[in-house]
Design a protein around this ligand. Structure first.
Ligand code: COA
Length: 260
């Protein structure tokens, strides 16, 4: 697939996906969602890629939401399909990806933009970032998982207030809420995320994959996170990464994980 609305840069086992529609504040139209699905799938299947960072182009926005111009005349059925397809192709897909995904929030992260950042495994914001779910100001609700993931991250009361007021929080407030893990300057945002990515990529990709699965299971109504953890823990014992990790520790050397 030729990408029109995103581009990917790869260096040292790290891939950075940039959403590139700056004139529309990187709003997520259907094509962009399709391109992101393909990009995440291909990078996840590529053994060289150990961490993915996602950010927005320009200084103003990470993503200012779903593209309002695309759905303003949708019917009830089309509205349902829009949410279902988006959740399947992008938001749930990213959350359940085996490769760690960091959101580098470089400006406005609104509506579908904040929902995308929340589907990532964790978030870092620049000090000028502003985040919110303004959908009720448009007569609709968050449809890409926002009503579920925001309360998971910030608590029910804060999520209720943010969604009902359609208001924005700045990065310091988002940090206080636990919505973002770190706040850094705009210049530092990508270098800082790359530094964390470097630390992640020293570890076993197989073990990380199982950790993501077990953590996510705890947030699913139809899964028992503790059982998933027990199963994943046991599975790790059969991997080459486990043999290498434990041998390296006992031999007092740095592990060189084969990734299997
Ligand atoms: N969908 C479609 N287009 C969008 C968009 C969105 N979610 N967000 C911004 N844009 C477009 C604007 O229409 C404008 O396009 P134009 O130049 O062709 O008119 C361009 O991006 C720049 O946005 P603009 O509103 O002029 O910038 P601003 O600095 O005045 O305001 C925001 C920035 C983020 C406050 C404002 O763009 C906004 O409220 N966007 C919508 C946020 C939203 O409700 N998202 C949830 C969608 S469900």
């Amino acid at each position: 697939m030729d990408f029109e609305n995103i581009y990917i840069e790869e260096e040292n086992n790290l891939a950075t996906i940039t959403i590139n529609r700056p004139k529309k504040l990187n709003a997520l139209n259907k094509r962009t969602i399709d391109e992101l699905h393909v990009a995440f799938k291909e990078l996840d299947e590529d053994n060289e890629t150990k961490v993915i960072i996602i950010t927005g182009s320009g200084e103003k926005a990470f993503v200012a939401g779903a593209d309002i111009s695309e759905f303003s005349d949708y019917s009830v059925k089309e509205g349902r399909q829009l949410a279902a397809a988006g959740q399947r192709k992008l938001f749930d897909f990213v959350e359940n990806l085996s490769t760690p995904v960091i959101a580098a929030i470089n400006g406005f992260a609104l509506g579908g933009g904040l929902e995308l950042a929340m589907a990532c495994h964790f978030r870092v914001a620049s000090s000028n970032a502003r985040m919110g779910l303004p959908e009720v100001s448009l007569g609709v609700i968050p449809g890409y998982g926002g009503t579920q993931r925001l309360p998971q991250l910030v608590g029910k009361g804060r999520a209720m207030e943010m969604i009902m007021t359609a208001g924005m929080v700045d990065s310091d407030k988002a940090f206080g809420y636990g919505l973002v893990n770190h706040v850094v300057s705009s210049e530092e945002l990508l270098p800082f995320c790359k530094k964390i990515a470097g630390r992640i990529s020293n570890n076993s990709t197989v073990a990380i994959k199982h950790a993501i699965k077990a953590i996510n299971a705890g947030f699913k109504y139809d899964a028992d996170g503790y059982s998933v953890e027990i199963d994943a823990f046991g599975t790790c014992f059969g991997t080459d990464d486990f043999k290498e990790g434990t041998s390296a520790f006992l031999e007092k050397r740095k592990a060189d994980f084969p990734g299997s």
